[in-house]
Design a protein around this ligand. Structure first.
Ligand code: WAQ
Ligand code: MG
Length: 269
């Protein structure tokens, strides 16, 4: 690759409370318009408008970019958020998270994982076997950035998601974020649902399971949400893992399999 790339990051707050954030990795020629679009999104936020918006652009050496393939996408339909959380718990256990730790993590996101019960700007980093929280700052958490779809691949993925009835921008963004997270060494699983009160679908991502959507992980109207990255602490120093998540540039240029939705069935395996 010969063109310069820019990491574009936006975060917006209202009275100090996290409202929205976004991260892109784009060619210099489109960095300006992408930055404007992210700032506009923060201004139009349904729970806003924000009273403080930070947008930063940083050049990234194109020779350091890894090109990767997106995970397979699955969708499980559940009756309600309670069944959704049971589904998430079993998918986390399947991925290698201890059962009681999975349950604790679900409660933690449900209550608000930041100090004082608010929504964190980034993710909780949790030991998959002890439940210990490893992130340095419990309000900021670990913020994954420097990942995106390649410019050539973006329209193709948009078409495929659209055909699958998944045109919402949240799906594409979460798929890209989970794609980067799943390539982190020592990463066992990711649990996520949005802090947007109107968006109840969430997911469990895992290296073998892929991006596993669950139609409801919280009741409609609930403003809590967040992410938990479960890690196997023996695999690599945590500082290196965090450095990969926050700094290593990754572009996706290939799609995984997109499966049609299926009903979740509880099982005891
Ligand atoms: N790095 C780490 N954590 C993040 C990041 C990031 N770049 N961005 C957001 N978070 C955390 C933060 O705590 C947010 O409060 C929380 O995740 C939720 O962020 O397939 O929209 O942007 O239908 O609200 C998932 C399902 C949607 C999509 C997730 O998350 C689908 C979503 P949001
Ligand atoms: Mg949000």
């Amino acid at each position: 690759m010969e063109t310069a790339l820019y990491s574009v990051r936006m975060r917006a707050t209202l009275q100090g409370r996290h409202l929205a954030g976004a991260e892109r990795l784009v060619a210099g020629s489109s960095a300006g318009s992408v930055a404007v679009a992210l700032v506009q999104r923060a201004m139009n936020c349904t729970c806003g408008p924000a009273d403080e918006i930070h947008c930063s652009l940083e050049q990234v050496d194109p020779d350091t970019v890894r090109c990767l393939r997106l995970p397979d996408l699955h969708t499980y339909r559940v009756e309600d958020w309670r069944e959704g959380r049971r589904a998430a718990r079993s998918l986390l256990v399947r991925a290698g998270v201890r059962d009681d730790i999975a349950a604790e993590a679900l409660d933690l996101l449900g209550e608000g994982a930041a100090e004082g019960g608010g929504v964190m700007r980034g993710a909780v980093l949790m030991d998959a076997l002890t439940g210990e929280r490893l992130e340095a700052d419990r309000s900021r958490g670990v913020r994954v950035s420097r990942m995106d779809l390649s410019a050539e691949f973006r329209p193709e993925l948009a078409r495929l998601l659209d055909a699958a009835g998944l045109a919402h921008h949240r799906v594409m963004e979460a798929l890209v974020l989970a794609g980067k997270v799943l390539h982190a060494p020592g990463l066992v699983a990711e649990l996520c649902w949005s802090d947007d009160p109107a968006y109840t679908t969430g997911y469990v991502a895992a290296p073998h399971g892929g991006y596993q959507r669950i139609s409801a992980l919280k009741p409609s109207g609930d403003p809590h949400g967040g992410r938990v990255f479960f890690v196997n602490r023996g695999t690599m120093p945590m500082a290196e893992l965090v450095d990969y998540l926050e700094r290593a540039p990754v572009l996706f240029n290939a799609v995984g399999r997109i499966s049609p939705p299926v009903q979740w069935v509880d099982s005891d395996d």
